[in-house]
Design a protein around this ligand. Structure first.
Ligand code: TXA
Ligand code: MG
Length: 323
């Protein structure tokens, strides 16, 4: 495909392409997704091809309502029902045992499928028009920063897809929190994301965090180096780090205040009022912007480790330059 994708808000175009087995970019409250018919293996294969994504990295399926999950999973744990009632639609993804109608390509061979109910009016309306779930990873080339606007998708995948459904900038700005059940029947967090751990514990009490490393293939999307800009990103004390190197070619990602001596146009202050929601909203767009600025290095600081700060720090660590 030589021409660039069409960006628009026509649900019928999106639905028709999806029914024909094409991949379409869709807005969600977390990040933009690259969607295809989850029940059509050829359509799902296009997602992997377009993203250059390894086939061992499974996809989340998106549904209009949590009740519909019953069609695709063998059992819904009671506690998931409680959490779904409280937090869906929203940035929470549930791992449940899949039925045979979900192709192995979607789950990368796992017997578990990830299910999410996105809270975005446009995509909810689209899902209502379809009689199949949408498999959708974030709409970025594998390993790069997730897109939070239609333009972000167009910048990198525009030449590979026909249509980007525009729903404006994503409200949350971080991927969903993923939960599963461990062998003891306890809820575990597999990916820290747009729903805070505190919100979950407020509902069901203490919750385990599964220790996921590169060597643990169970959650392949959690590779140590992910969400990474091309310009090396170094984590640390930005005020100290900014004293070294060429200040004109240095970028900054700060939580709430500017760093002296660095051009303001190369600084992303995530939230001057120290609001985690605002910081999450600005993080990926800020990383992308600095990555486009012809810099030698980006210095970034961690934010306080609570609330959405936990997921923000997770993304910053994965974006950081690995020696
Ligand atoms: O907010 C989100 O979750 C976004 C929007 C588009 O919904 N989607 C998203 O998808 O972040 P993706 O593909 O970029 O990340 C999905 C991750 C996988 O990399 C993997 O870590 C985990 O979800 N995952 C999916 N299915 C799984 C499964 N069956 N078992 C274990 N982990 C799974
Ligand atoms: Mg992703």
């Amino acid at each position: 495909m030589s021409n660039s994708a069409f960006i628009g808000n026509n649900l019928d175009i999106a639905a028709t392409l999806l029914q024909k087995g094409e991949a379409v970019a869709i807005p969600t409250e977390t990040v933009y997704g690259l969607a295809a018919n989850a029940l059509n293996v050829k359509a799902v294969a296009k997602i992997f091809q377009i993203k250059n994504r390894p086939s061992f990295d499974p996809l989340i399926i998106h549904l209009a309502s949590f009740e519909q999950a019953k069609e695709y999973v063998t059992e819904v744990p009671e506690v998931f029902g409680i959490l779904a009632k409280k937090f869906t639609p929203g940035p929470l993804t549930f791992l449940m045992k899949k039925k045979l109608n979900i192709p192995d390509l979607v789950t990368a061979g796992s017997e578990y499928v990830a299910v999410r109910i996105p809270a975005h009016d446009v995509t909810r309306a689209l899902l209502e028009k379809l009689d199949f779930p949408l498999a959708a990873p974030s709409a970025n080339p594998f390993g790069y920063i997730s897109p939070t606007t239609a333009q972000h998708v167009a910048d990198q995948l525009g030449h590979k897809i026909y249509y980007i459904l525009d729903g404006g900038p994503c409200d949350v700005g971080l991927e969903s929190t993923i939960i599963g059940m461990n062998d003891q029947g306890e809820v575990e967090v597999l990916r820290k994301g747009g729903l805070s751990i505190e919100s979950l514990t407020a509902e069901i009490g203490d919750i385990k965090i599964r220790d996921i490393s590169t060597s643990n293939p169970e959650a392949p999307g959690m590779l140590t180096s992910h969400y990474a800009p091309k310009v090396p990103l170094i984590l640390g004390n930005i005020h100290e780090l900014a004293k070294t190197g060429n200040l004109e070619r240095t970028g900054i990602i700060a939580f709430n205040q500017f760093v002296q001596g660095i051009p303001v146009k190369h600084q992303i202050v995530l939230s001057p009022s120290s609001n985690f929601g605002d910081a999450a909203f600005h993080l990926f767009a800020g990383m992308r912007y600095l990555d486009s600025c012809d810099l030698d290095v980006i210095y970034a600081e961690l934010v306080p480790d609570r609330d959405l700060g936990i997921a923000i720090n997770d993304r910053l660590r994965r974006a950081a330059h690995q020696e």
